[in-house]
Design a protein around this ligand. Structure first.
Ligand code: NAP
Length: 246
């Protein structure tokens, strides 16, 4: 069988490797926003050209199934995949790592629906804000006077006044995060609910140092999409769709 994995995430890479190990024909697709994504071996790189482009692609490549393993905040790709899969009758699974909303400290955070609301919440803080929301949304935080923005890859975009950029790719451990929060005298952490364990140590560190957290909730999923939060469950779903055949 042939499966399209919409990737750009570590989860997508892990899923593709596990499916290939079972002899399944996998095409991984990445948008190509980072050098790591662009250099992923064997991946197709770049957008499909909206819903219509994806419909054409799914038909031409005779995909049996699609697993949307994009980042939880890649809402446009997720919406496009949902529409294109309905239009072509292609089975679709959404696979994301588990949300941080179930952590015991999640109730102590200020949850907001989007970056604009996070920027408004951050504007009420005194002192230095650590932003861990990725590179693309940073302009929404322009105007905050004292920001350390940690990003996996900086691509030369203009840096808003009052910002310093810390280019650093996780995973980070608790000691790293405690040291960063202390050394930089951080008074608020702004993050988005990427979920999973790899990037969660900053939350443990903030809780331990009683630093307030503003957390951007995940965008809602389109209706009617089956979702799993583990690679193994995604593998089971693909295998079942293929009726057990590779
Ligand atoms: P987005 O806003 O949902 O998507 C914008 C457009 O980028 C889509 O309409 C599509 O273009 C193209 N695209 C996105 N993912 C693609 C994929 N896997 N394969 C082919 N085209 C794709 O996405 P985004 O938030 O900019 O994220 C882009 C990529 O970076 C995603 O693959 C995501 O997994 C990864 N990523 C995102 C974040 C994040 O915080 N958003 C964090 C880490 C990694 P067309 O309409 O032309 O098809």
């Amino acid at each position: 069988m042939r499966v399209l994995v919409l990737g750009g995430t570590a989860d997508g890479r892990e899923l593709a490797a596990k499916l290939e190990a079972r002899g399944i024909d996998v095409v991984t697709s990445v948008a190509g926003r980072t050098s790591r994504a662009r250099s992923q071996p064997g991946a197709r790189v770049g957008g499909f050209g909206g819903v219509d482009g994806l419909i054409d692609y799914l038909r031409a490549s005779e995909m049996d199934a699609v697993v949307d393993a994009t980042h939880p905040f890649a809402a446009r790709m997720t919406a496009n995949a949902a529409q294109a899969c309905v239009a072509t009758g292609t089975p679709l699974l959404r696979f994301t790592r588990p949300s941080w909303a179930d952590r015991p400290d999640a109730d102590s955070w200020t949850w907001v629906p989007d970056h604009a609301a996070a920027a408004r919440a951050a504007a009420k803080a005194r002192g230095r804000i650590l932003l861990t929301v990725g590179r693309q949304p940073l302009p929404a935080y322009g105007g905050l006077p004292d920001v350390l923005a940690r990003v996996a890859e900086w691509q030369g975009d203009p840096i808003p006044a009052g910002f310093r950029i810390l280019e650093s790719r996780g995973p980070f451990d608790l000691d790293d995060e405690l040291a960063l929060l202390r050394d930089e005298q951080i008074t608020m952490l702004v993050s988005k609910d990427s979920g999973g364990d790899d990037n969660a140590a900053k939350l443990d560190a903030a809780t331990s140092l009683r630093i307030p957290v503003v957390m951007i909730a995940r965008p809602p999923l389109p209706d009617g999409i089956e979702q799993v939060t583990s690679v193994d469950k995604a593998v089971v779903w693909v295998t079942a769709v293929g009726g057990g055949r590779a």
